[in-house]
Design a protein around this ligand. Structure first.
Ligand code: UT7
Length: 344
């Protein structure tokens, strides 16, 4: 059976850090509230006005190509999961294709908010499993600072900017994406959305005055459904694949709120040392959270490790995936620039 396996990861994080102390000077909030309610200490912000999501996505793709030791013209498909495309069109995937010189690729953007990476991973896997393509790049990238209202304390403390990518290639011996359960429910759209700028409310002075070009979230309402949705779907994917908590090496959750992640882990019967958690350093980077975790934990991952990926986000969109990891992360030759960045 031909599966699609993740064979490489890459990432990009802007240098600038926005700490809880910085936010205390911008809105009526405090470090203790943010840490205890969300688990976040700081986030990264792409400050340059002339750089959008495609810049971060292309940097993550280049990092991945270096780690995998392949050239951009070997890539067949580029899928960019994002809710902050550089522009409505062209697709961010086209801008990434051009920036990295992927001269043989086609591709597209995928909009599923915080579940975007999971939806992109599942979609990309089909191209590999079918035999149509050999190398599919799935990128989760969001410049959330571009749509965050830094006068709204209930949302501006949550989000950060980042991009991370995985490469999907064929695998014949049992590793790869083995199962996925995905859902949407548009009934909840108003609880997490950006009303302005689209065809329903094209940008006008009025939409700007009403701050409709910023993300809007009814936090408490989303929290309730997210806790339930992520825990339920993770339990479902474990059950139907005969996995117990002991079989799972890592839960790889979307990083929206540490309390949601803790509840999901409890429901799965897995201890906190088996949960990938980096929300303290990056906040909620929307489509980038899950591949960013895979990047950060890559050195710990071994061929055959069972991972459960899970997300819940705007739309509503949610899902979980069962991935059997395909390579020993400790064997990866990390590019020198990345080593310097980690040490510096
Ligand atoms: O990634 C996509 C999916 N998104 C999510 O999963 C996010 C889900 N929601 C959440 O994570 C949480 O609801 C938040 C972190 C957004 C908020 O936490 P909460 O525990 O649900 O707080 P709350 O909205 O119920 O607000 C509690 C209190 C309120 O004050 P009152 O009405 O009790 O007086 C808020 O006004 O906390 C207040 N508050 C703040 N206080 C200090 C809200 N934001 C802040 C803040 N600093 N930044």
């Amino acid at each position: 059976m031909r599966h699609a396996a993740i064979t490489a990861v890459g990432h990009f994080l802007p240098d600038e850090r926005l700490t809880n102390a910085d936010l205390e000077r911008m809105v009526d909030t405090n470090d203790e509230w943010i840490r205890t309610r969300t688990g976040i200490r700081e986030r990264r912000i792409l400050r340059d006005d002339d750089k959008g999501t495609s810049y971060m996505a292309a940097r993550a793709a280049q990092d991945l190509l270096e780690r995998r030791g392949i050239t951009a013209d070997e890539i067949d498909v580029i899928i960019v999961a994002t809710v902050t495309p550089d522009m409505f069109f062209p697709a961010t995937a086209c801008l990434v294709q051009n920036a990295i010189g992927a001269s043989n690729a086609w591709g597209f953007d995928l909009s599923a908010a915080c579940s975007g990476f999971l939806f992109g991973l599942t979609t990309g896997a089909r191209f590999v499993e079918s035999g149509q393509h050999e190398k599919v790049l799935v990128i989760g990238a969001d410049k959330m600072s571009a749509i965050t209202d830094y006068t709204d304390r209930s949302t501006c403390i949550l989000f950060g900017d980042a991009a991370a990518a995985v490469l999907l290639e064929p695998e014949e011996s049992g590793c790869g994406l083995l199962d996925a359960a995905l859902h949407i429910d548009g009934d909840g759209w108003e609880a997490l959305c950006m009303r302005g700028g689209g065809s329903l409310n094209p940008p006008t002075y009025e939409t700007i005055d009403k701050r409709m070009h910023f993300l809007h979230q009814e936090g408490r309402a989303v929290f309730r459904v997210a806790v339930q949705g992520m825990a339920d779907i993770s339990a479902e994917i474990m059950e139907r694949n005969g996995l117990t908590g002991d079989d799972v090496r890592y839960l790889v959750p979307h990083q929206a709120n540490q309390r949601i992640i803790d509840a999901t882990a409890r429901r799965m019967g897995i201890s906190s040392d088996k949960v990938m958690l980096n929300i303290d350093r990056y906040g909620n980077t929307t489509a980038a959270t899950i591949p960013l975790c895979l990047h950060d934990w890559e050195p710990e991952l071994r061929r055959g490790d069972n991972l459960v990926l899970a997300a819940f986000g705007g739309g509503f969109t949610w899902g979980a995936a069962y991935v059997k990891w395909a390579y020993d992360g400790s064997d990866v030759a990390v590019p020198q620039e990345a080593v310097a960045e980690a040490e510096g």
